[in-house]
Write a protein that binds this ligand. Structure first.
Ligand code: 0GY
Length: 295
């Protein structure tokens, strides 16, 4: 098979001067899905990556956190750094108690390496099933990793697209920890909340109280573009039904986006539209992420 050509101009850079959100986040708010990339001279991108991101160093992330009125970050390892979590761990160490991490690990990682990541603030591993982002990992390999990280009290973040949920459900039911599903299970928003794919995801969360989700990424799910009107009903439905199992994040620096450069001020202003009361906002931005990542 022909090797994918990796283009260095394969990315859109992040917004140079996002707007100030109108929504004021509650004290202690957590951006529970964001990334750090590079800088590539210090933390090179993985040879097996499917895209090359813009450098998005920790200093820029912390600056954005403060600018948006947030207090903490959950930094998620993305596919472009493969299974080398050095940039993530470096950012966690710099942030001290203000960040936690989600790593991607290989099955032959040692217990000592896992312990060191735990000490740095890693609290979860991510299993990525999005075919355009990663080569497939056998489910038995993921199950082996799951058994090991469960002993540390970590949980599992899974990333897949809505049509893949049916096939993945038996596997998800075998996982021994809390599960966080990225980006609402990536519904096709043109189909509406009543579509069987989204209803299947709601039914899964109804049946499995250990499944949480991030009501994030309108910038990826939208067809209409900002201010993301076509995505609101999806987040709002999940927040109303599962107020104690939802998380929210900016997804900065929005790797691998092709359609537009998101303005994080507009993204933060989505929060009161999907979580319309102060109580729901508190749960979404503070209580839930603190329970999962800081308790
Ligand atoms: C996201 C979404 C994407 C990328 C990754 O691991 C990744 O490379 O997660 C995407 O392209 O949808 O959550 O950052």
């Amino acid at each position: 098979m022909a090797e994918k050509q990796i283009m260095d101009d394969d990315y859109l850079p992040f917004h140079p001067n996002p707007s100030k959100p109108k929504f004021v986040a509650p004290a202690g708010a957590v951006d529970a899905h964001c990334h750090v990339f590079g800088p590539s001279e210090v933390f090179p991108y993985a040879p097996e990556r499917k895209y090359t991101p813009c450098d998005a160093p920790k200093e820029k992330l912390f600056e954005l956190r403060d600018y948006l009125g947030f207090e903490r970050n959950v930094i998620v390892q993305a596919s472009c750094h493969g299974r080398n979590n050095d940039a993530l761990v470096d950012a966690l160490k710099s942030a001290g108690d203000l960040a936690r991490g989600v790593a991607v690990v290989s099955p032959d990682i040692s217990d000592d390496e896992l312990k060191a990541m735990d000490e740095a603030g890693v609290r979860a591993v991510r299993f990525n099933f999005v075919k355009r982002l990663v080569d497939a990992t056998p489910k038995e390999v993921f199950l082996g990793i799951a058994e090991r990280i469960a002993k540390l009290g970590w949980h599992i973040v899974v990333y897949f697209e809505a049509p893949d949920l049916e096939e993945l459900t038996p596997f998800l039911k075998q996982l021994p920890t809390t599960i966080v599903v990225d980006h609402m299970g990536r519904p096709d928003v043109t189909k509406g909340v009543d579509h069987p794919d989204f209803q299947r995801f709601i039914a899964l969360m109804d049946e499995n109280p250990n499944i949480w989700t991030k009501v994030s990424c309108p910038e990826r799910l939208t067809v209409d573009g900002p201010p993301y009107d076509d995505v609101i009903e999806f987040g709002k439905t999940l927040v109303a039904r599962f107020p104690d199992r939802v998380l929210w994040g900016t997804d900065w620096p929005h790797p691998n986006m092709k359609s537009h450069v998101p303005d994080e001020g507009i993204l933060v202003d989505v929060v009161p539209r999907i979580a319309p009361t102060p109580e729901l906002q508190q749960q979404l931005l503070v209580t839930n992420p603190m329970k999962l990542y800081w308790d």
